[in-house]
Design a protein around this ligand. Structure first.
Ligand code: NAP
Ligand code: 3JN
Length: 341
């Protein structure tokens, strides 16, 4: 008989952490107990979970005693420091940050794409970046059908990807600007309301942003194919929930738009919304609050022999973060993988 794990959520008060608790509850995750961890700022506050009010505890070195599964969503620095401590105390860690994603001993998992990678975990499992997750779920079945050689992606990312303060910033700025006041940027370097910022995370030496390079490197690792070339431009747009992506692929074997629609309509976690004559295509307002990844505007790239263009939209906080993490956790429980080396 499977033992129900004690689960700790580090960063439980954040945009992702709150969605994590909601997702654990909605999917009736088999937890014996759920422990909410955050900084001293919110220690002692309450978070409702099922029919209980859980009291937030301050994250510390002893937080993982007696815990079986630790979910981290409190930023890379916290994961870097506390994930090894949690593993030492006997926990399996599912980490939402960038800290461990490219470590060769850490599986980077999207359950619809590479669930088998979980088998080899050594205590830490990484959840990919939200923009990568929604793209690879759509690309994997197309790669299996026609071998993708090159991907060119431009993203249109919602402010919720930058946390709770950014959601409040967009709301405040819209109100300020509509009442003829100046918009005050705090989270972003410029006004985000009624604007687009081609700048997510920090700029690197190659002039790409770190968000762009996450998409490049994570895609290859998750798809298990380092020959796929990926070029990314990531842009923040004034949308609250739901990342959109314009994706162009070049394949070795031709895939027609009709074949792509047929393949994707069978793909797990994907909904095809593609009927231009009826104005049917994915949009963030449809994707927000949904589990699936939506794909549409599938059409031939007429400038090359084997090319497709498509438009992919998903709820960045749900499948992009909380849901993917909970799906990984469900696989760990179902396959008896909640054990450390
Ligand atoms: P957020 O809304 O700003 O929440 C941050 C959370 O971290 C809060 O619970 C905060 O607790 C906690 N925290 C901050 N400093 C802490 C400390 N010193 N000790 C303990 N807890 C601390 O941010 P978010 O959007 O939820 O994102 C959190 C992290 O999740 C990000 O930094 C990123 O690594 C990851 N993330 C991943 C994806 C993805 O693509 N998979 C997407 C978004 C975020 P307080 O309330 O006490 O301050
Ligand atoms: O900006 C987005 O839309 C996604 C943001 C993800 C994020 C935000 C802060 C820190 C990450 C991430 O998951 O890559 C990180 C990080 O851990 O580096």
């Amino acid at each position: 008989m499977m033992k129900k794990p004690v689960v700790a959520v580090a960063g439980a008060t954040g945009a992702v952490g709150r969605e994590m608790l909601k997702t654990l509850e909605q999917r009736n995750f088999p937890a014996k107990e759920v422990i909410c961890l955050a900084s001293s700022r919110s220690a002692g506050t309450g978070i409702s979970f099922k029919d209980q009010e859980l009291t937030v505890r301050e994250l510390g070195v002893n937080s993982f005693d007696g815990v079986d599964l630790a979910i981290f969503s409190a930023g890379g620095a916290i994961s870097e420091k506390y994930a090894p401590i949690a593993v030492k105390s006997g926990c399996v860690v599912v980490d939402n940050s960038n800290a461990w994603r490219m470590d060769k001993d850490v599986p980077l998992v999207v359950p619809e794409v590479n669930p088998e990678a979980l088998e080899k975990h050594r205590g830490i499992i990484a959840n990919p970046n939200c923009s990568t997750i929604q793209m690879v779920v759509v690309l994997k079945p197309l790669h299996d059908a026609g071998t993708i050689k090159r991907v060119i992606v431009s993203t249109y990312q919602a402010v919720s990807g930058s946390g709770q303060k950014a959601v409040e910033e967009l709301e405040t700025q819209v109100k300020q600007l509509l009442s003829m006041q100046e918009a005050e940027p705090k989270v972003y370097p410029y006004q985000i309301a009624f604007n687009c910022l081609p700048h997510i995370d920090v700029f690197l030496e190659n002039d790409y942003t770190r968000e762009e390079m996450k998409m490049v490197n994570e895609t290859k690792k998750i798809m298990g194919d380092y020959n796929i070339k990926v070029s990314a431009t990531t842009v923040r747009v004034p949308v609250f929930y739901g990342h959109s992506e314009s994706v162009n692929i070049e394949t070795e074997k031709k895939i027609t738009p009709r074949e792509a629609r047929a393949i994707l309509s069978q793909a797990p976690g994907v909904t095809v919304l593609d009927n231009p004559s009826e104005n049917i295509y994915p949009m963030p307002i449809f994707a927000a609050g949904e589990d699936d990844i939506f794909v549409g505007r599938i059409r031939e790239d007429e400038t090359i022999d084997n090319g497709l263009n498509m438009w992919i939209v998903a709820d960045n906080i749900r499948k992009g973060a909380a849901l993917n993490t909970v799906q990984i956790s469900e696989l760990l429980v179902a396959n008896n993988l909640l054990r450390t080396p």
